[in-house]
Design a protein around this ligand. Structure first.
Ligand code: ARG
Ligand code: ZN
Length: 896
C-alpha cells in the first residue's frame, strides 16, 4: 500500500457490491517464506447492478492463476485491484491461486509469523493481503478452510468453525479442514498454525447445548490461562442471562500471540488476542491486567452477536459493533464487580478514561463523528470516539428507554437483522421501535445527531432558588464548538440525570413542574434545545439553597460547565448519594487548585480546607478503599491540560507537571500520619485474589506507600524507601511489587535503580513484565530531563525490540501519549525523537506508526516555545515522500 496515492473514501459513496461471494473454499500450503493459497469461490452477480466487472481487492500478494468455471480468462490490474470483465451473468465458480510471504509481513495485517507460528489479522482490510477477494463487510460467505503444514513445526492447525477432517500427508506434513457454519465477512476469517498448547473446558449453556472452550498459548504459558478461561465462562453465562444470547458454536477458541497491533480480535469462533489480554498469574500480572483481561475476553466474546451475527454494512458503521460491544463489556464488568460501590468504581474508571482520551480527540484535528464521514486509512478510525463515545451513545439510549426497554430493543434488533450487514441507523431504529412513545422514539432524528456530529457538547448549568415559591429552577444551555469540517452544530438530545441535596447534604424528594407524582430523589432531564429551564416545585422550608447534583453517573458525554462554589463542591464530595459526582467534586476541587497555580504562575500552596477534606476521605470508614483511591488521585496532567485548553489558556506541560507534583508532595507531608495508617491498615500478605475488595485495598496501600516514599525525599528519613525496596524484593504479587517500584520511581529515590535491576533480573524471561519494566521507566515523573534521557538510552537496550508492538509501545506510546512533561521540552529534543521514531516505525508497521504519530496532534494548544517546535517536527515528517497513507493521514490532519 506504501506510496499508493492516498484516496479519500466517503460514506455517501457507498454502493452495493457488483457480485456476491456465497461460498469460499480455501486451501493453504503454509510456509513462512512462501505460502500458497488456493481460493475456490461461488460467485453470484448482484442482479441490482448487472454487467459490472468484478474488482477484487489484493495487496502485497502474487497472483498465479485465475479460472472462471474452470477455464482461464484474461484479467488486468488497476493499482493492486484485480479486475475481471465479461463474466457470466449467471452464478459461476471462480478459482484463484496466489502466494504470500508471511515471514516478511512486518505490518502484522494479513497472514504473518510470530515466534515461529502463523497467525492472521484481517480486520479491517487484512484479508486482501492473503488472497484476492471482495474484502468488504457486506459480502458474507460460508467458509471451508484446509490447512496443510509441516506436522512437527506446526502441530496445531486452527481456523473458524468446526474441524471436520484431519490427517497426515507426505513429507512430514499434515492437514486439517475446518467448516464454519455461519456466513461471515472476510474480516472475521482467521487461521492459526503452530506449536501451541491449550487449556480447555466444556460448558453447558442454558439451552442445554454443550460447548468446548479452549485457550491456546505457547507451552510455557499454560499456568497463566486460568483467569482468561474463567472470564470466558463468565462471559458465556452473562450474555445468556442479560441479553438472552447463546453461544452458537460447538467450539470457541482464544489464541494468544505476542506480536499484535491491537488488543484482540473477534474472528468467528477463533478469537486472536494480544498475550497482554490473556496471560496472567499473580507473580507477573497486575490487578489492572486482571481487570483488562476480563473486559477484553468479554468484549470479543460479546462480538459474537454484536459484530458477527449482525455485522457492519461498511466501515463507516464501525461503531455499530464497537460502541455497542464496549457498552456490553462495560456492563459485564460492572455486573462482575457486584455490589453497588464496586460498580460505581468501574463506571468512574470508564468516565475517567473517556474524558482523558476521547475528549481531547473530539477537540483536536482528528475529531470525527461516531459514524465518520470519510477516511483515508480505515485503521486510523479504530478510535476512542468510535469505541468509547460510541458506547456512551448506546448508554444514553438505554437511559432514555430504561433497562427493560433496552432489552426489548436488542431483541428486536436481532429479530430484524440477524445474519445481515447493517447500519447505525438500523440499530437506533430497532431500539426506538421497541419503545414507542419513549423519550428516544419521540425524538429519534435529533438523537441521531450523536452519530453525525463530532465534538463534545458543553452544557452550562445554573440554578435559582425561590424560597417564597418553593421552586428551584435549573437552566441548562448547550453549545458544541466547531470541529474540522463541521462549523455549526445542531442541538443534541442530552439526558441529564440529577438530584438535589439540601444544604446539609441530605437528598431532597423531587417534583418537577407538570409531574403528578412527588417523590424519588433523582430525575433524568432531557435537554434537547439550545436552552431549557426545568422547575422543581414544593421545596419549602429549606434552611439554605439546594445543591444540585448534575449529570449523575455521567449520564451524557458532555462537558458540564457549572460555576459551583467551593462549599457546594465540599457538600457533594462528602454527602452526594451518587458516587460519580462525589468523585467529580473531588476532581474539581483539585483542578481549581492546579489550574489556579498554573495560570497565576505562582507555586501551588494547598489550603487547610482541601487538605482536611482529603484526610476526611482517607479516614472515612464508610467508603471502600477502591473509591478512596479514586477520590484521592488528583486529575492527570493530560486532563488539566485539556481543561486549560478549553479555557483558552496555552498549555505549558512542565508547568502543569510542577503544580501536580507540588500537590502530591504537600499531600504527602500534610497527611503523613494518615498515609501511614492507610498503608498499615490496607496492605496484607494473604493469598492473591483479583476481586474488587482486595484490588481496592492494594490500590490504596500502594497510593499510601507512594506518598510515604515521596515525603522521605523531603525529610530524608530512609524508613519508607527501605520498606518499598523490601516490597520490590518480596511482594507476593506483581501489583504490590509494581506499586513499590512506582513509589521509588515517583520519588526519584536512589533505590529505584537497584529495584529496577532486581525486577529485570528476576523477570527477564517474562515478556509482559519486561514491557512493564520499560513502561514504568518511560512513564516516571520527569525531573530535570532525566526521564527523557533515560528513554533515549532505553531504546538501545538489548531487550527493546521495536518490531514487537507491545515493546515498542511500552516506551514510545508511554512517552508520546502518557508522559507530557518528559516529551515537551524547551530544547525540542522530545519532538525530534518523536519524528525519528514515527518515521522509523512507519517503514515496517504503518498502523503502529500512525498511532504514535497522534502523540503530537494537539500541538496547537501548546504554549511557546513548545507549539512552534512541535509544529516544525510535524512538518518535517509530513515533508517525507516515503510515508504510509496511515501516517500521512494523521500528520496531514494534524497540520490542516
Ligand atoms: N475488532 C477488534 C476489537 O475491537 C479490533 C480490531 C482493530 N483493527 C484495527 N485495524 N485497528 O475487538
Ligand atoms: Zn471490538
Amino acid at each position: 500500500m506504501r506510496e499508493g496515492t492516498s484516496t479519500v473514501v466517503r460514506r455517501e459513496d457507498y454502493t452495493a457490491p457488483s457480485h456476491w461471494i456465497r461460498t469460499v473454499d480455501l486451501t493453504f500450503d503454509l510456509d513462512p517464506a512462501k505460502t500458497l493459497v488456493i481460493s475456490r469461490m461461488s460467485v453470484e452477480p448482484n442482479t441490482e447492478r448487472p454487467g459490472q466487472p468484478l474488482r477484487l481487492d489484493g495487496e502485497d500478494i502474487t497472483l498465479t492463476r485465475v479460472l472462471v468455471n474452470g477455464e482461464s480468462i484474461s484479467f488486468r490490474f488497476e493499482g493492486q485491484q484485480l479486475v475481471l470483465e465479461h463474466l457470466p451473468a449467471e452464478p459461476f465458480s471462480l478459482e484463484i491461486r496466489n502466494t504470500c510471504a508471511p515471514e516478511k509481513n512486518t505490518e502484522l495485517s494479513g497472514l504473518y509469523t510470530s515466534g515461529g507460528s502463523f497467525f492472521t489479522q484481517c480486520e479491517a482490510q487484512g484479508f486482501r493481503r492473503i488472497t484476492y477477494f471482495l474484502d468488504r463487510p457486506d459480502v458474507m460467505a460460508l467458509y471451508t478452510v484446509t490447512l496443510r503444514a509441516n506436522a512437527k513445526a506446526y502441530p496445531v492447525l486452527l481456523s473458524n468453525g468446526n474441524r471436520v477432517e484431519h490427517g497426515t500427508l507426505d513429507n512430514g506434513r499434515h492437514f486439517a479442514t475446518w467448516v464454519d457454519p455461519h456466513p461471515k465477512p472476510s474480516y472475521l476469517f482467521a487461521l492459526v498454525a503452530g506449536a501451541l498448547v491449550c487449556r480447555e473446558q466444556c460448558v453447558r449453556s442454558r439451552s442445554g447445548k454443550d460447548h468446548l472452550l479452549q485457550v491456546y498459548v505457547r507451552a510455557g504459558d499454560l499456568d497463566k490461562t486460568e483467569h482468561a478461561m474463567n472470564s470466558l465462562i463468565a462471559s458465556v453465562v452473562w450474555d445468556e442471562a442479560r441479553f438472552g444470547l447463546s453461544l452458537d458454536l460447538e467450539r470457541f477458541m482464544i489464541v494468544a500471540v505476542s506480536d499484535f497491533n491491537m488488543g484482540a480480535m473477534e474472528n468467528k469462533g477463533l478469537n486472536i488476542f494480544n498475550t497482554k489480554f490473556v496471560l496472567a498469574n499473580p507473580a507477573t500480572a497486575t490487578d489492572t491486567d486482571y481487570a483488562n483481561i476480563e473486559a477484553v475476553v468479554g468484549h470479543e466474546y460479546f462480538h459474537n452477536w454484536t459484530g458477527n451475527r449482525v455485522t457492519c454494512r461498511d466501515w463507516f458503521q464501525l461503531s455499530l459493533k464497537e460502541g455497542l460491544t464496549v457498552y456490553r463489556d462495560q456492563e459485564f464488568s460492572q455486573d462482575m464487580a457486584g455490589v453497588a460501590s464496586a460498580r460505581a468504581v468501574k463506571r468512574i474508571e470508564d468516565v475517567r478514561q473517556l474524558r482523558q482520551m476521547q475528549f481531547p480527540e473530539d477537540a483536536g484535528p482528528m475529531a470525527h463523528p461516531v459514524r465518520p464521514e470519510q477516511y483515508q486509512a480505515i485503521d486510523n478510525f479504530y478510535t476512542t470516539t468510535v469505541y468509547e463515545k460510541g458506547a456512551e451513545v448506546v448508554r444514553m439510549m438505554a437511559t432514555l428507554v430504561g433497562r427493560e426497554g433496552f432489552r426489548r430493543g436488542m431483541d428486536l434488533y436481532f429479530a430484524r437483522h440477524d445474519g445481515q450487514a447493517v447500519t447505525c441507523d438500523d440499530f437506533a431504529q430497532a431500539i426506538a421501535d421497541a419503545n414507542p412513545g419513549s423519550d428516544l422514539a419521540t425524538r429519534l432524528d435529533s438523537f441521531k445527531r450523536w452519530y453525525s456530529q463530532a465534538g463534545t457538547p458543553r452544557v452550562s448549568a445554573s440554578g435559582h432558588y425561590d424560597p417564597g415559591a418553593g421552586t428551584y429552577t435549573v437552566t441548562l444551555a448547550q453549545h458544541t464548538p466547531a470541529t474540522p469540517g463541521q462549523p455549526v452544530k445542531l442541538p443534541f438530545v442530552i439526558p441529564v440525570a440529577m438530584g438535589l441535596l439540601d444544604s446539609d447534604g441530605r437528598p431532597l424528594l423531587l417534583q418537577l413542574q407538570g409531574e403528578s407524582q412527588y417523590g424519588g430523589t433523582e430525575r433524568v432531564l432531557v435537554l434537547e434545545q439550545a436552552n431549557q429551564a426545568f422547575v422543581f416545585t414544593g421545596l419549602y422550608g429549606l434552611t439554605g439553597e439546594p445543591v444540585p447534583s448534575l449529570l449523575r453517573g455521567f449520564s451524557a458525554p458532555v462537558i458540564l460547565e457549572w460555576a459551583a462554589t467551593e462549599r457546594q463542591l465540599f457538600t457533594l464530595l462528602h454527602h452526594d448519594t451518587d458516587p460519580t459526582n462525589r468523585w467529580e467534586a473531588a476532581q474539581r476541587l483539585g483542578l481549581l487548585r492546579l489550574m489556579g497555580a498554573v495560570q497565576s504562575g505562582r507555586p501551588l500552596q494547598l489550603d487547610a480546607a482541601y487538605i482536611d477534606a482529603q484526610r476526611a476521605v482517607l479516614r472515612d470508614p464508610s467508603l471502600d478503599a477502591a473509591f478512596k483511591d479514586l477520590l484521592l488521585t488528583p486529575p492527570s496532567e493530560g486532563y488539566v491540560a485539556e481543561q486549560l485548553a478549553a479555557a483558552g489558556v496555552p498549555v505549558d506541560p512542565p508547568a502543569i507537571h510542577a503544580a501536580r507534583e507540588a500537590m502530591r508532595s504537600q499531600l504527602a507531608q500534610a497527611l503523613f500520619d494518615d498515609w501511614v495508617w492507610a498503608f498499615e491498615a490496607h496492605h496484607d500478605n494473604g493469598a492473591y485474589r483479583p476481586d474488587p475488595v482486595s484490588t481496592g485495598r492494594r490500590a490504596l496501600a500502594n497510593l499510601a506507600l507512594a506518598h510515604l516514599v515521596l515525603d522521605a525525599g523531603r525529610s530524608g528519613d530512609p524508613v519508607w524507601p527501605g520498606r518499598a525496596y523490601q516490597r520490590v524484593q518480596d511482594a507476593g504479587n506483581f501489583t504490590d511489587r509494581q506499586g513499590a517500584l512506582i513509589a521509588l520511581l515517583g520519588a526519584h529515590h536512589a533505590l529505584a535503580e537497584l529495584a529496577l535491576a532486581r525486577v529485570h533480573a528476576q523477570f527477564k524471561h517474562e515478556a509482559l513484565v519486561i514491557d512493564r519494566w520499560f513502561a514504568l521507566q518511560a512513564g516516571a515523573p520527569e525531573r530535570d530531563g532525566q526521564v527523557f534521557q533515560r528513554i533515549k538510552t532505553l531504546v538501545h537496550h538489548p531487550d527493546f525490540l521495536v518490531r514487537n508492538p507491545n515493546r515498542a509501545r511500552s516506551v514510545l506510546t508511554t512517552l508520546f501519549h502518557l508522559n507530557p512533561s518528559a516529551l515537551h521540552r524547551a530544547d525540542a529534543a522530545g519532538y525530534v525523537f518523536w519524528a525519528e521514531k514515527v518515521v522509523e516505525v512507519d517503514a515496517f508497521n504503518p498502523q503502529l506508526a500512525a498511532r504514535l504519530a497522534r502523540g503530537l496532534d494537539r500541538w496547537r494548544v501548546l504554549a511557546e516555545p513548545y507549539r512552534s517546535a512541535a509544529h516544525e517536527a510535524l512538518c518535517r515528517v509530513a515533508a517525507r515522500t516515503e510515508l504510509s497513507p496511515d501516517t500521512r493521514e494523521i500528520v496531514g490532519r494534524s497540520l490542516a
